[in-house]
Design a binder for this molecule. Structure first.
Ligand SMILES: C[S@@+](CC[C@H](N)C(=O)[O-])C[C@H]1O[C@@H](n2cnc3c(N)ncnc32)[C@H](O)[C@@H]1O
Length: 359
């Protein structure tokens, strides 16, 4: 019998098989969630109610035989509930509805399945990259990655970001000053920028991202949110950003992706007004590598293997940070870029993330 205290050296063959088999079942669930999300099965069950396989196939424009197989698998793995008379009718229980379909919920996890699903088509490229030390870019990972990423982070930005940052002394005053300008580097689909623009109506924001489709998404999202008069999104490498006098800059979950983070942080440093801070939000990983890590550490190494490290290495020369960016690594990048301090902000309970203040 395996226990959580078994080390790899102590584990029996049976327990090892059980451990790996559990991973196989988890992978099956994840890929089935990818199907349910992308084919609109969960959305239809949430919005239009319970369905037989034939009904759900008709609603979603999918094949009835595949739909039946998916529904039965979902019931067998307890993601869906089923009522059995006369034909099985499948329904999405309330808890699952929130996790799989509520885009405003902090528990919304379907986008993570989408992000991991993005890895499937590039597995041959990843094998090649692991041999050569080359990379697989964010662009190669495509829309599943950029949209999965954007949708996973969006509720945190929309529901919690402004409140979290308002608790940082000095930052709230800077954000509240009429006419003040702010930078959001690596802004992706722009949800962080938009959330801050909504919270601080006197401020203007410039989002910068090296990924053109993400910038287009950010522009559309800002327009739909009615903040396009105070937000500008630029397609550029943030390492080449120009301008000065920004009252603060933000880098949300992107420094570890950057091939040359010091180049970007140096450009940000030059663009800031004297004494203005850079807030970095990145993964709340442990201080140092240690075996038998917690779930967050395991998750972040997972993203690093398949997404962030290959993305970072896709544009040489690259320092190859990877998702598991230790606090000491960021502090060193900050020093090399001209920031004299890097402190951890006391913002707790904010998803997978930790906030740093560089000044
Ligand atoms: C993991 S995504 C995070 C996006 C967004 N901040 C969010 O939280 O949803 C990392 C982003 O950093 C961008 N990025 C990476 N290197 C960059 C660089 N040198 N300049 C600008 N953006 C960069 C990528 O294109 C990608 O959109």
């Amino acid at each position: 019998m395996s226990t959580s205290t078994d080390t790899p050296d102590e584990i029996s063959t049976d327990a090892a098989a059980e451990r790996v088999f559990g991973a196989v079942l988890g992978a099956v669930d994840l890929l089935s969630i990818y199907l349910g999300d992308r084919l609109g099965y969960y959305r239809s069950l949430a919005d239009e109610g319970p369905a037989t396989a034939v009904d759900l196939a008709a609603r979603t424009g999918t094949d009835p035989r595949y739909t039946r197989e998916w529904l039965e698998q979902q019931a067998v793995t307890s993601l869906l509930a089923v009522d059995q008379a006369p034909d099985p009718v499948f329904r999405l229980p309330d808890g699952m509805r929130e996790v799989l379909t509520d885009a405003s919920s902090l528990s919304y996890l379907a986008p993570v399945a989408r992000l991991m699903g993005a890895v499937g088509p590039v597995l041959p490229d990843l094998l090649d990259a692991y041999h050569r030390g080359s990379g697989v870019s964010w662009d190669d990972l495509g829309d599943d990655a950029r949209m999965g990423q954007a949708d996973a982070n969006r509720p945190w930005y929309e529901r919690r970001l402004a409140e979290a940052l308002a608790s940082v002394p000095d930052l709230h005053d800077r954000l509240s000053a009429p006419g003040a300008r702010f930078l959001d580097v690596g802004c992706g689909a722009g949800w962080s920028t938009i959330s801050l623009a909504r919270a601080y109506p006197g401020a203007t924001f410039t989002g910068i991202d090296i990924d053109a489709p993400s910038v287009a998404m950010a522009q559309d999202n800002a327009r739909a949110a009615g903040v396009d008069d105070r937000t500008t999104f630029t397609h550029a490498d943030a390492g080449a950003l120009e301008g000065d006098g920004y009252e603060a800059a933000f880098a949300f979950e992107c420094v570890h992706d950057m091939p040359r983070p010091v180049e970007v942080l140096s450009a940000v440093h030059r663009a800031l007004a004297p004494g203005a801070p850079l807030v970095v939000m990145d993964e709340a990983v442990a201080d140092a590598f240690a075996p038998d890590g917690d779930e967050l550490e395991r998750m972040m190494y997972g993203f690093s293997l398949f997404v962030c490290l290959p993305d970072g290495l896709s544009s040489p020369p690259s320092v190859g940070t990877g998702t598991v960016m230790r606090p000491s690594t960021l502090a060193q990048y900050g020093r090399d870029a001209g920031f004299s301090s890097c402190e951890t902000l006391p913002i707790e309970d904010f998803g997978f993330w930790r906030f740093y203040l560089l000044q």
